[in-house]
Design a protein around this ligand. Sequence first.
Ligand SMILES: *Cc1c(COP(=O)(O)O)cnc(C)c1O
Length: 231
Amino acid sequence: MVTENLKEVEARICAACERAGRDRSEVTLIAVSKTKPVEMIREAMEAGICEFGENKVQEMTEKWEIIKEPLHWHLIGHLQRNKVKYIVDRVHLIHSVDSVRLAEQINLEAGKKSKVCDILLEVNIAGEDSKFGLRPEEVMETVQTIAPMPHVRVRGLMTVAPFVENAEENRKHFRNMKKLMVDITGKNIDNVSMDILSMGMTGDYEVAIEEGATMVRVGTGIFGERVYNYS
Ligand SMILES: *Cc1c(COP(=O)(O)O)cnc(C)c1O
């Protein structure tokens, strides 16, 4: 199933790139494997995927215990400061930085390991009460505050767009994310390279690509519906 689904997702990504006049190489597909077993991750690896997304530190580190291959792991869920130490030396990119305090903690823990940790700032682009993320108007100042931290590098922005029936409803939000990126890039801030725009999930990744996403995070479309264990 995973192999078939990946073919479908890949075809849709290619088509969206084509519509937008973009090269396929500009978009990285992250396979969001949260709640899914290691066997399914291995199936995706067989199909050539090496970028995986998890939203919980514990689940990610448990999977690291089993999967030793050098994959790129992306932390895409809310991160608590006391858990930074468990992932900082092995995570490829943290997508969900939503405060200066969290960035400070990442800087501290990465420093202990003489590393530089790549991060994205999460933006609550639609201003939803239920969502994590910075308000759009806070982003510029936050980037400027984090920029001088020697063990953290801001690589771009991430958003989780609203859950909608029709992906077109999110186009305006993706467009606003792109505008925010361009504004920050224009400031030429030292130690900041705004080259990653992480947006688009199963329901709306094609629209996100049309509006400039460089990373899409697809879970259900690759691994099928998630079943949560409410215990
Ligand atoms: C779960 C999750 C995804 C993937 O969602 P799907 O709709 O299953 O593709 C993407 N991004 C974040 C932050 C997530 O938590």
